[in-house]
Design a protein around this ligand. Structure first.
Ligand code: PRP
Length: 179
């Protein structure tokens, strides 16, 4: 699997270090707010777990599944809700955790959905942000790293469902998806 990677962008150590900083910031922000952490399946799971266990506050965890890529490299432009939350979010402080914001379509869809449910506050923490990819106007409140406009895999990010278990974020060799 490692042979399919052109270069590593963020090492496992760099990711862990940045997560500790974000977890500290989020703990300060949410200390008395008992937030509901909403992790967006599937890509954000690895980041969520590592971030969550670094946050020393009362917080609950829930999952939502939306999808627009269908496993390939291009967003289909159509976002679907595949699996809903277990929690009622009315009056809750909600923190959405994403692995990457690219076109922004997924995040826009999610924020609109959660707003309709009368959350007290909605903020977003994304491990990666790819500002050059944006087609809708949406922004994460907390970002791990800004990344270039390349196809990235690892640490939750996939190509056809694979590479999520790489401990780092890297650029996939174009020859892999040109096949
Ligand atoms: C990926 C990623 C984000 C979204 C970002 O999810 O996890 O949720 O795309 O892209 P966007 O800003 O262009 O909408 P995907 O739909 O591939 O599902 P997955 O997490 O299950 O891989």
């Amino acid at each position: 699997m490692n042979n399919d990677i052109e270069r590593v962008i963020y090492s496992a150590a760099a990711i862990q270090k940045r997560e500790s900083e974000l977890a500290q910031q989020l703990s300060d922000e949410y200390r008395d707010k008992k937030p509901l952490i909403v992790s967006v399946l599937t890509g954000a799971v690895l980041f969520t777990v590592d971030l969550f266990d670094k946050m020393d506050i009362y917080a609950q965890l829930d999952f939502i599944d939306v999808s627009s890529y269908g496993g390939g490299t291009q967003s289909s432009g159509h976002v679907k809700l595949l699996h809903d939350l277990k929690h009622d979010i009315k009056g809750r402080n909600v923190l959405v955790v994403e692995d990457i914001v690219d076109t922004g379509r997924t995040l826009k869809f999610l924020i609109d959905l959660l707003k309709d449910r009368d959350a007290k506050s909605i903020k977003v923490c994304s491990m990666l942000d790819k500002p050059e990819g944006r087609v809708v106007d949406v922004k994460a409140d907390y970002v791990g790293f800004n990344v270039p406009n390349e196809f990235l895999v690892g640490y939750g990010l996939d190509y056809k469902g694979f590479y999520r278990n790489l401990p780092y974020v890297g650029v996939l060799k174009p020859s892999v998806y040109a096949e």
